[in-house]
Design a protein around this ligand. Structure first.
Ligand SMILES: [Zn+2]
Length: 181
């Protein structure tokens, strides 16, 4: 590593120069052209702390980038479960008669008492009783679906707020002026 010396500028800044630049001119950040002294005189200048700070990239990774990173992380963390919730959104119960195999399966699962009750209902042609029974089942299914879909909607709404927060942070990061001269 070439040793670096600090060349003072009238503006107050100290411009780091190397021995190789001896005799050349360098431009200070203020615009002033400075003559780098000869090797002999260069040695009397204060030495720059090793190694010269690597550009302002460290400083650039500042608030701006942190806001972008934070906003993106929040957005992704909220967007992924939203997609899952939307894909798995409960479908409403449908008032269609189940396929015959399913009905047969259901009747096969009846206990002796249930079969007896059903048989009695049918015997008395008490269609109303069967209808009311099915109606209650359907209403129950609708109520359960409403409750579940409300929870899904609530989840999506809350997660959307976090998504918006993430976007706001990214925008805020973009509006922030980059650190520079
Ligand atoms: Zn200067």
């Amino acid at each position: 590593m070439d040793e670096r010396y600090l060349l003072p500028c009238p503006c107050g800044r100290q411009v780091p120069v190397t021995r190789r630049q001896a005799g050349e001119t360098v431009r200070c950040a203020c615009g002033e052209l400075l003559e780098v002294p000869t090797l002999l005189r260069l040695r009397s200048l204060p030495r720059a702390a090793e190694p010269a700070p690597a550009a302002p990239s460290g400083a650039a990774w500042g608030l701006r980038h942190r806001l972008w990173l934070l906003g993106t992380v929040i957005f992704v963390l909220a967007a992924v479960p939203i997609v899952v919730l939307v894909l798995r959104f409960p479908s409403p119960p449908q008032k269609v008669s189940p396929p015959p195999e399913q009905i047969r399966e259901r009747y096969r699962a009846y206990s002796a008492v249930e079969t007896w009750v059903r048989w009695h209902q049918l015997k008395r042609s008490d269609v109303n009783a069967i209808f009311v029974h099915d109606q209650l089942g359907f209403k129950e299914a609708v109520r359960a679906h409403d409750e579940l879909s409300f929870k899904f909607q609530l989840g999506i709404a809350v997660l959307s707020l976090f998504c918006a927060l993430g976007v706001a942070l990214v925008i805020a990061g973009s509006l922030k002026k980059p650190p520079g001269p």
